[in-house]
Design a protein around this ligand. Structure first.
Ligand code: SF4
Length: 403
């Protein structure tokens, strides 16, 4: 079985570097202006150039999202963006608008094009259309079942990518007016407020201000609340169905998620041809994935009839862990660590290192860089901590929140 490409979200350079450190084969990112994620970090021209340089030096591919549904007024800026990308040379752009697709084909024929999940490719004819247009890869609509993906793969020769992890939108591949309507922030311009996950009440016309709770249980009603996608159990099946790229959703999520979810899926992809070890590792991977805030996991719409998409309770797993620091170097059994948040003796920390999973331990020794013992240290300070075997430069350390 050919190993698929593991593609991680990069909301900013920091998260991109973490995803690369933990094994992403490719990262996707974009200038918020053109990429349906208006609040996801800052990737202006300099940031994009730096991202491509850093990734290429490490053999990692970069895909730049230009997947807005453009209005006429957007076209001049898109022309400028195409010219910039022609200079920067990412490995591909992710596009959903046929007009933007054509502009890239004409003005930047050297850049591969991946067609975004937002383009709603749900059948083989549609896939063939984009193939004939010159697309390199198609990102499958999230509504497809495993058999529908297999069917499309069987009738085309183009690369297919699928989301394997992350938040799921209950509207049709993101086409939704709820957020525009409720908060004047359009999902299709990258500003979704996740209004589907708000808690709603009922009000009778003639009694303004009197809210009748809509109750399913004592916590309220969550009729539009989706669980989060997790296909870690089914990666071999996706490969056998013809998927060649696995995408992790989450450009809006923090460094803890970008690093940790990439780490888990890296291990899974590396074991894809070793079914025995794959099965044996699943429990550990699930336990690790429970660390990243989620509303309960689902296989989405991959298996029709398995109706676990909705989370009617609003419950989920929201562990209170945060990134405490980054390992700058290892000196003997000590790790030199740049802190990202305050750390004190007695805090519970874990090195995010393969083999160290589940080894939360209280900080028993904390030293300043000059070797002088400390009781606590602040963000941006460099400290020395005892390191477990296997800890590498670049590994992150997470800390359980104190209650
Ligand atoms: S409001 Fe909810 S359903 Fe609508 S686009 Fe946003 S996440 Fe999707």
């Amino acid at each position: 079985m050919k190993k698929p490409e593991l593609l991680s979200p990069a909301g900013d350079l920091d998260r991109m570097k973490a995803a690369i450190h933990y094994g992403a084969d490719a990262v996707y990112l974009g200038d918020p202006k053109f990429s349906l994620r208006n609040r996801a970090g800052k990737f202006g021209p300099d940031g994009l150039a730096e991202a491509v340089r850093y990734s290429h030096e490490r053999g990692v591919k970069v895909y730049v999202t230009v997947n807005i549904f453009a209005r006429n007024s957007d076209l001049p800026d898109i022309r400028d963006q195409i010219s910039l990308l022609n200079d920067i040379k990412p490995d591909a752009v992710i596009v959903s608008d046929p007009g933007v697709f054509t502009m890239f084909r004409e003005k930047a024929p050297g850049i591969d094009i991946h067609v975004s999940t937002q383009a709603n490719i749900t059948n083989a004819e549609s896939a063939r259309f984009w193939e004939k247009m010159g697309a390199r890869r198609l990102i499958m609509a999230r509504e497809l079942s495993i058999e529908e993906i297999r069917g499309i793969a069987g009738e085309t020769d183009i690369e297919l990518e699928a989301f394997v992890h992350g938040a799921v939108c209950l509207s049709y591949s993101g086409k939704c007016y709820l957020s525009s309507f409720m908060a004047s922030r359009g999902a299709n311009t990258g500003e979704c407020t996740n209004s589907c996950r708000w808690k709603y009440a009922l009000m009778e016309e003639k009694r303004p201000g009197e809210y009748f709770p809509v109750m399913e249980d004592e916590r309220g009603a969550y009729v539009m609340n989706s669980r989060d996608l997790c296909l870690i159990d089914h990666l071999p099946l996706l490969v056998s169905a013809g998927v060649t790229g696995f995408k992790i959703e989450g450009r809006m999520k923090g460094i803890h998620y970008a690093a940790g979810v990439t780490k888990v899926y890296r291990e899974a992809v590396d074991q894809i041809n070793d079914p025995k070890n794959y099965q044996a590792s699943l429990a550990r991977w699930h336990s690790e994935l429970s660390y990243y805030g989620n509303r309960g996991y689902t296989t989405g719409l991959l298996f029709p009839g398995k109706e676990d998409l909705y989370n009617f309770t609003g419950e989920g797993e929201f562990p209170e862990a945060e990134i405490a620091g980054t390992v700058l170097e290892i000196k003997g059994n000590l790790a030199k660590v740049l802190l990202r948040s305050k750390l004190a003796l007695g805090d519970n920390i874990e090195f995010m290192t393969s083999g160290c999973e589940g080894h939360f331990a209280s900080v028993g020794s904390l030293k300043h860089e000059d070797g002088i013992s400390a009781v606590s240290a602040q963000a941006d300070e460099t400290v020395l901590l005892e390191a477990l075997p296997g800890v590498r430069k670049g590994d992150l350390i997470r800390k359980l929140a104190t209650k």
